[in-house]
Design a protein around this ligand. Structure first.
Ligand code: NAD
Ligand code: UDP
Length: 311
């Protein structure tokens, strides 16, 4: 059994990862400043002897004897990461430096939760890992996109310069239980609006596309990536190639919830990518991984979750 640090472990994805690792019997330290995460997300783990929750901001150094580090700390919803863009980029860049420094000192393997946002508003479609992207360096999304791109650079440089054992995954839009009702991302927004019979807010015309991955598939891909040999660093795309327009998603959610909601159209945010779909050839080959949960099945589980928690 290993000692594993999960930064951002009290967030949406982090809490699923901690649950998986604790249940496998590993000793897990969950590091979080609770900016977009919450203690409630990991409440069910607090009784386990092999789980420890620490309030800490990763833009400051942290020390612990660990075998593996999953670096997830960073707000991921555009609305949340634009609240304090300077803190967002500090979290990505200083957080990466601090976690890589720790990995270097204690000889731990470290995985970076990177993102499809490194491809920006992509001109190549679907996106393979060899595509360098089309990112605005001075826009409202740049604090996140460029922060994550810089973190990838830092990971590769610590690997080349200091032989740190690194893994980079590029996560595509992921959804599921334990997203916050006010998270601001599209799947949680639409489900919460539908369950409350409120207007469903489509930004722009709804023709933009995303490829939605259920969280369980991501956790499987992420842990498989961590288990690969030292010679494979990635980056590797982890996402579900099923591509849907935002209008299709809205209609699906309304149909599945039997909602009386109406669709309304709101202005498109700056630099909102027009299309996004992962090419997962590399993940299939190197991780023997591909997603297994289709959108309807994942949405149903997520709708069931939100039915329990919202009034
Ligand atoms: P989330 O916002 O639910 O979780 C992020 C967690 O990081 C939260 O618990 C938050 O409190 C914590 N955090 C933020 N800043 C911190 C700091 N300075 N110090 C310590 N903790 C801090 O988001 P998520 O969807 O769970 O995303 C987790 C990771 O996966 C992020 O790095 C995100 O960029 C990446 N990712 C997610 C998606 C997705 O679709 N969910 C897609 C691509 C990449
Ligand atoms: N979106 C929308 N209505 C919402 C929230 C989001 O139409 O209430 C759109 C958003 O403009 C984007 C897509 O849904 O085109 C995905 O948005 P999200 O914030 O989930 O993720 P990202 O843009 O980072 O992929």
């Amino acid at each position: 059994m290993k000692r594993i640090l999960v930064s951002g472990g009290a967030g949406f994805i982090g809490s699923h990862l901690c649950f998986r690792l604790v249940n496998e019997g590993h000793e897990v330290i969950c590091l979080d400043n609770f900016f977009t995460g919450s203690k409630e997300n990991v409440q069910h783990l607090l009784d386990y002897d092999n789980f420890e929750l620490v309030r800490h901001d990763v833009s400051n150094p942290y020390s612990a004897e660990v075998d593996e580090i999953y670096n997830l700390a960073c707000p991921a919803s555009p609305i949340q990461y634009q609240v304090d863009p300077i803190q967002t980029i500090k979290t990505s860049v200083m957080g990466a430096i601090n976690m890589l420094g720790l990995a270097n000192r204690v000889k731990a393997k470290i995985l970076q939760a990177s993102t499809s946002e490194v491809y920006g508003d992509p001109i190549i479609h679907p996106q393979p890992e060899c595509y360098w992207g089309n990112v605005n360096p001075v826009g409202y999304r740049s604090c996140y996109d460029e922060g994550k791109r810089c973190a990838e650079t830092l990971f590769m440089d610590y690997h080349r310069q200091n032989n740190v054992k690194i893994k980079i995954i590029r996560i595509f839009n992921t959804y599921g239980p334990q997203m916050l009702p006010n998270d601001g991302r599209v799947v949680s927004n639409f489900i919460v609006q539908a369950l409350r019979n409120e207007d469903i807010t489509i930004y722009g015309s709804g023709t933009q596309t995303r490829s939605f991955q259920y969280v369980d598939d991501l956790i499987e891909g992420m842990t498989r990536m961590m288990a690969t040999g030292d010679d494979f660093t990635g980056p590797v795309n982890i996402g579900n190639p099923g591509e849907f327009s935002i209008l299709e998603l809205a209609e699906k959610v309304i149909a599945m919830t039997g909602s009386k909601s109406h669709i309304v159209f709101r202005p498109l945010p700056h630099d909102d990518p027009k299309q996004r779909q992962p090419n997962i050839t590399l993940a299939k080959e190197k991780l023997n991984w591909q997603p297994t949960v289709v959108l309807d099945a994942g949405l149903q589980k997520t709708i069931d979750y939100f039915k329990q928690i919202i009034k």
